[in-house]
Design a protein around this ligand. Structure first.
Ligand SMILES: Nc1nc2c(ncn2[C@@H]2O[C@H](COP(=O)(O)OP(=O)(O)OP(=O)(O)O)[C@@H](O)[C@H]2O)c(=O)[nH]1
Ligand SMILES: [Mg+2]
Length: 390
């Protein structure tokens, strides 16, 4: 359609320019809606056809050896056994070994070398914290609170300082409402983050965790940038025993999400988890694509609970904070997943992230196995970090 604002011989006013831009924008949105309407009809037909052929897909059968081993392990370990809980803590503890060796060992050396509590002790402790990825601001706050607590509680022995320090760090990590809000059916979890941080792996682990809680889970393979990404996600969904909705490499990620949403609506799925690309040709492309994904979710599931979880790799240290700022442009982040804490001595980054970003860490990754994603529990985290109970 021709655009009428063009007026030869006359300079366009700002208002005319803006009107023209708005018209183009509206046309684009209209076109996008039409595309989706056509797509929706086709998708519905295909879905109906598929359903007629295979009435109910329950669990995708496990195939490779690794998957079999995993299911055997599960069979031997009923969920509610107390040992299992112990196992989780042990996993957390062994995952945090490198960080513990770097932070806690130094703290303990200082505490044993100081008999009494004085200003010099605070200064030495402050130095350990600052040099341990906890970050300057958070470290200064922790030590200033420690000074007050020591005074208030009349602490005189170094061993009591250790406990006080643990309590202050745990408090500093505490956020209200760190659980996932997934009350609508379906509710959606969109997992975002730069490439290689652990999105796909965390989705597999999360799907497993939610399925164990009795939820019906579907995963959308909306990272269509590489074929390998879809295959990798499929392996994880097989392990977790949940469904996957996928298209081929290069497909429009929003179309995958659209399909997945229709599937969830028709099957009564509780939670849809969406994998997304961490890399595109440009950062701008990536952000635009993600915005479109969110538009489709909001349009198709108005009022649904949406968790936007940003995955950050603990080994990248302060870079993670910058990533969080960039990704918060596309959607309001509802939580963070901090991965690879097991591979780094930089576990102190948890404290730094909490103090710099007002977004709760909801899960932490402490290894590559299915059980190695844990809901973040500040108290347990600090106990694992210090190797003792509070
Ligand atoms: N040690 C350890 N490795 C992890 C953890 N989480 C993920 N990984 C590993 O990190 C690597 C990258 O993980 P992916 O899940 O493929 O990362 P991604 O963000 O999906 O990457 P792209 O799809 O390329 O954007 C894999 O080798 C994972 O096994 C963790 O908590 N601990
Ligand atoms: Mg991936």
């Amino acid at each position: 359609m021709a655009i009428k604002w063009f007026n030869w011989g006359k300079k366009k006013t700002e208002a005319e320019k803006e009107a023209a831009q708005n018209e183009i924008l509206e046309q684009n949105i209209e076109q996008e809606s039409e595309d989706f309407a056509t797509y929706f009809e086709q998708a519905q037909e295909e879905l109906a056809k598929k359903e007629a052929e295979e009435p109910e897909v329950e669990e995708i059968p496990l195939s490779n050896e690794e998957i079999e081993t995993f299911s055997e392990e599960q069979a031997e370990e009923p969920e509610e056994k107390p040992e299992k809980k112990q196992n989780l803590f042990e996993r957390l503890k062994s995952g945090l070994k490198k960080t513990r060796d770097s932070i806690t060992t130094k703290i303990d050396q200082i505490l044993t070398s100081f008999g009494k509590v004085d200003e010099e002790l605070f200064e030495e402790l402050e130095e350990v914290l600052i040099t341990s990825d906890i970050g300057i601001n958070a470290s200064l706050n922790i030590i200033s609170e420690l000074r007050e607590k020591v005074k208030r509680e009349k602490i005189t022995e170094a061993s009591q300082v250790r406990k006080a320090l643990m309590e202050i760090i745990a408090d500093s990590l505490t956020f209200e409402n760190v659980g996932l809000k997934l009350d609508t059916r379906p509710s959606v979890i969109v997992v975002i983050g730069v490439n290689g941080v652990g999105k796909t792996t965390s989705i597999g682990k999360l799907a497993h965790m939610l399925k164990k809680q009795g939820k019906k889970v579907t995963v959308a393979a909306a990272d269509t940038f590489r074929a390998a990404a879809i295959d990798q996600l499929e392996i994880w969904t097989k392990r977790a025993g949940v469904e996957i909705i996928k298209h081929s490499e290069g497909a429009d990620p929003s179309a995958v999400i659209f399909d997945a949403i229709q599937h969830c609506k028709s099957k009564g799925t509780d939670v849809l988890i969406c994998d997304t690309a961490g890399r595109l040709h440009t950062k701008k492309n990536l952000m635009e694509e993600l915005k479109k994904v969110f538009r489709v979710i909001q349009r198709e599931l108005p009022g649904a609970d949406i968790e936007t979880l940003l995955v950050l790799d603990a080994t990248t240290g302060q870079n993670a904070v910058q990533q969080a700022k960039t990704f918060s442009e596309v959607s309001q982040l509802t939580g963070l997943i901090l991965t690879k804490l097991d591979g780094t001595a930089k576990g102190g980054i948890v404290v730094s992230i909490k103090s710099e970003l007002n977004v709760p860490v909801k899960f932490i990754g402490v290894g590559e196995q299915m059980e190695d994603l844990q809901p973040f529990n500040p108290e347990k985290f600090v106990e694992a970090l210090f190797g003792t109970e509070m």
